[in-house]
Design a protein around this ligand. Sequence first.
Ligand code: SF4
Length: 317
Amino acid sequence: MTLRVLRPFDPWNSPLCTCPFKYSLNPYTGCSFRCLYCYATAYIGVRDSTPKRGLIRDLLHDLRILPPGILVNLGTSSDPYPPEEERYTLTRRTLEVMVPLGVRILVTTKGTLVARDADLLARGNAAVTPTITMLDDSLARIVEPGAPPPSARLEALRILHSRGVPVGVRVDPIIPYVNDDPSEIDELVCRIAEAGAKFIVTSTYKARPDNLARMRKGLGDTGERLYRLYRDTGVKVRGYRYLPRRMRERLLRPVIEAARRCGLEYATCREGFQGREWFNAGSCDGSHLIPLRVKPRKPTGGSRDLRSWLGGAALDA
Ligand code: SF4
């Protein structure tokens, strides 16, 4: 049977991806956060988040045909907590379906609304890995213009941790000339540790034609330098321009050193770096943080049962 909304996660066929096998679930298409460096815009376009119709019904369909206890990563190509979530509560409803079934849930987001769902997440087999790339709220307003400021994301992280939700952080991407200052990185990683995270994953910015054009346009002189750096030294890997390995190591070393100092587990993402120098965590995506709190099982019953189980939430929303 064909899956309707869950998709095997496959980051554009990257031979460098070390993620465990998992499914991705994106309740929205488009993304209102409009990060300049977004990798997904080549597929989802630059447009506001739009809820997927029939999502809950289709999710239940997929969960019926897959084995219980699968790993589902919310927000791999469109943030699950955009401002629109306040009105549609679509991501919350996916959690209401998945938590009682013991689905292993990993939430990746820049949205602070995730703290609203701490009650549900803390009851389930769930962990959250917010993305926080810098501490400077005004710089983040340029680079991640629609997303909540980093200070608010750190506060959401604190709330999740205090309510018992396991948390890690994606310090990703590290962008030359933008957020690569070693002392700022050190402070960022220490603040992340203070907020309760146990783990970080980091990665350098990989340029695609569309996101590099946005960076060039949006970051003034810095954007121009960045554009030239990737144009002149970048190496193509499956549609991305990677910086030479030595440069990438220089960019990520301060993140890893800060993680060690602050007692965090660490990993790198799609860099091809081997060994404990770069990776000592149980997974690269934070899925090892997910506890087993609910015994996995498949959904049962017809749509009437499911409607009551969902507390009357419309299945076709
Ligand atoms: S939050 Fe993620 S999906 Fe949304 S624009 Fe930023 S990078 Fe892209």
